[in-house]
Design a protein around this ligand. Structure first.
Ligand code: SF4
Length: 453
């Protein structure tokens, strides 16, 4: 079989820390890589400076970007390090008035370490960070300009192509995949497993085991989020609501909840994960941190209601990631590049495809579910109030979990035949994102973000 998928499921679904994949996870990874390179080259580093540019500068503070960068420079890892250590990285540097780079102690304060340049024009990508290492004479020993391209992934600036300039020729295509599956009498699941085996050189059993680990982290995020009360970090003073909402739900106070009981559960589970994310907790990017509540919200509900085992849920994650990867390849999952349609819209498509698959949908019904879910998020802007991944983000995840179920239901009631293909919908997302004003692309310069608090 020819390898069609260029990015593995495990490059899309990654264990990470909140609140933002592009503004927290990606920058932390970049800083880790810069530190690693400096240690490898054994340079006589005296000082490090990181300039956050564009959207990373405009909403970085609310997204905890400076702390993420500092944590990466300290050598902490988003998957392996304790959450408390990551969250306390800035305090650690302030307390010690510096940090160790291998054997070398670098005196530093936070203001000198992380700087902001809020100009958006002239950047290869709106989420750019420039890392500098200086010697004792102030000469630059090494500098790297890096871009956080969405979902926690990053590239050196020179390797970045803007979403609007990409040609569509050989891009990953749901039409081509459906055709291939039809001609070879293959299910989408078998197709994605076969592709993943080629890409990762793992066996099907090993791939499923990895997927179950991701599902385990997702479940933990739901369960932890349901236990927490109190306020989320940041000046908005947003009170967590997943726990309280669930208590109200269990009392079944509203007629509407009695009529449609399960939908509310998806909302609540999505809220729980999104609140974990907003508090800097551990989540799985699906496809991003800001949109990480939708897929687990829907899957946790289906696990309970359909009595699903982990194997089935793991398989559904593979289906979900196929549609996420099509968006990565044809457009973007970065709010700073295409708005929230690329984040929550994509998450909704992924969750809907997974739900349709778990309910026995055919290949074309699954594609139809993903398409409907994404289509009705087209044009959705990214305008986080005070640059925090809280309002509108958390509630948006909850609503999208409901939309994912609706879209899957609608697809299951049809025969898979529909006018707009998922490919066409993603191409429209890319075009709409390119035309969207920068005000609505994770800069907090327009829309709801200008609400006076
Ligand atoms: S509005 Fe959407 S894209 Fe923007 S930060 Fe919130 S979740 Fe992410």
């Amino acid at each position: 079989m020819e390898l069609l998928i260029k990015q593995s499921t495990f490059d899309l679904l990654k264990i990470g820390i909140g609140p933002s994949s592009s503004h927290t996870l990606g920058p932390m990874r970049m800083a880790q890589a810069f530190r690693h390179r400096l240690l490898e080259l054994e340079l006589p580093v005296h000082k490090i400076e990181v300039v956050l540019k564009g959207s990373l500068a405009l909403t970085g503070e609310g997204h905890l970007t400076p702390n993420a960068v500092i944590a990466g420079l300290l050598g902490l890892d988003p998957v392996l390090s304790e959450i408390e250590k990551i969250q306390g990285a800035t305090l650690e540097v302030e307390r010690n008035q510096g940090f160790y780079l291998g054997e070398r102690f670098l005196s530093a304060n936070v203001e000198g370490l992380v700087k902001f340049d809020k100009v958006l024009s002239g950047l290869r990508h709106p989420n750019t960070a420039h890392f500098f290492a200086y010697d004792a004479n102030g000469q630059v020993l090494l500098d790297k300009e890096c871009c956080s391209i969405g979902g926690g992934a990053w590239l050196l600036a020179e390797a970045v192509k803007p979403a609007g300039s990409r040609t569509i020729g050989e891009k990953l295509s749901s039409n081509a995949i459906l055709k291939f599956c039809h001609e070879n009498s293959m299910s989408l699941l078998d197709f994605v497993y076969a592709q993943e085996e080629l890409l990762t050189k793992m066996t099907r059993i090993e791939i499923q085991a990895q997927l179950k680990k991701l599902w385990h982290v997702m479940k933990q995020a739901v369960e932890s989020g349901l236990e927490q009360d109190g306020y989320l970090p940041g000046k908005l003073n947003v009170r967590r609501r997943a726990k309280r909402t669930r208590e109200r739900y269990l009392n079944r106070s509203s007629q509407l909840q009695k009529a449609i009981p399960t939908l509310a559960k998806a909302n609540i589970y999505a809220l729980a994960v999104s609140e974990e994310n907003a508090s800097g907790g551990r989540i799985v990017t699906a496809p991003t941190c800001g949109a990480c509540g939708v897929v687990p919200g829907v899957l946790y509900l289906l696990m309970e209601e359909l009595k699903l085992l982990d194997d089935a849920i793991a398989d559904s994650l593979l289906i979900a990631s196929l549609f996420g990867n099509i968006v990565v390849d044809r457009a973007s999952i970065s709010g700073a590049e295409v708005g929230c349609q690329g984040e929550v819209g994509t998450a909704c498509a992924m969750a809907s495809a997974a739900a349709c698959f778990l309910s026995g949908g055919t290949n074309s019904q699954i594609e139809s579910a993903a398409e409907a879910a994404l289509e009705h998020h087209l044009g959705l802007t990214c305008d986080p109030v005070m640059g925090l991944v809280q309002v509108p983000c958390i509630e948006r995840n909850a609503i999208a979990a409901g939309t994912a179920i609706n879209s899957a239901n609608l697809a299951l009631l049809g025969d898979g035949d529909h006018l707009i293909s998922f490919d066409r919908c993603v191409d429209t997302l890319r075009e709409t994102g390119t035309d969207m004003s920068d005000k609505y692309k994770e800069t907090s310069l327009g829309g709801l973000a200008t609400t006076h608090c």
